[in-house]
Design a protein around this ligand. Sequence first.
Ligand code: MN3
Length: 211
Amino acid sequence: MKYEIKPLPYSYDALEPWIDARTVEIHHDKHQAAYVAKLNAALQSCPDFVHEGSILSLISHLDAIPANIMTAVRNNGGGAYNHAFYWDGLSAGKTSPSENLSLAINEAFGSFDKMKAMLSDAAVNRFGSGWAWLCSSENGDLSIISTPNQDNPVMGAIAGFREKLTPLFTIDVWEHAYYLKYQNRRNEYVENIFNIINWNTVNQRYFKAIS
Ligand code: MN3
């Protein structure tokens, strides 16, 4: 048993012109694929962790992973899961936040534009490589955080989160996510991501987080 890479939910060029086809292809077929392969390699000695559940459940319970492979699972399980989550949160279609989510955004941040500014800041100012996240608590309160490396808010205490947060949307700010098209202009990449957010997916994630 092995974990498989989750196929892209659209063609390589679906996010053009905001994210170019070549970047999507390399990002999914090479970078994401390498995380999945390294996750499988790390778990070779512990096959129970492969057929027991999803990669999400694996990285949500890192304290159950044997110490000698925990860091490999954290980095590569995070890498495998975060990328699938990232792709699912993007699409070229016109979508918008649900009424429920809009209310929560206004309550937490004051307005959609303020949320956008905070999420952009979290993405642009993440030092080095990592991710920016829009998250929900169990009672529906929204927050914005960033994580280093391949950490995900569901990793909990091991990644420094005291509260259980459910990710709703993420921006990958590793250079491989944007370098071919944007080079050093991470801020432009982040600005353009807002043209291709799949709010249908984000709405569903929010609905599930508070159900
Ligand atoms: Mn990436």
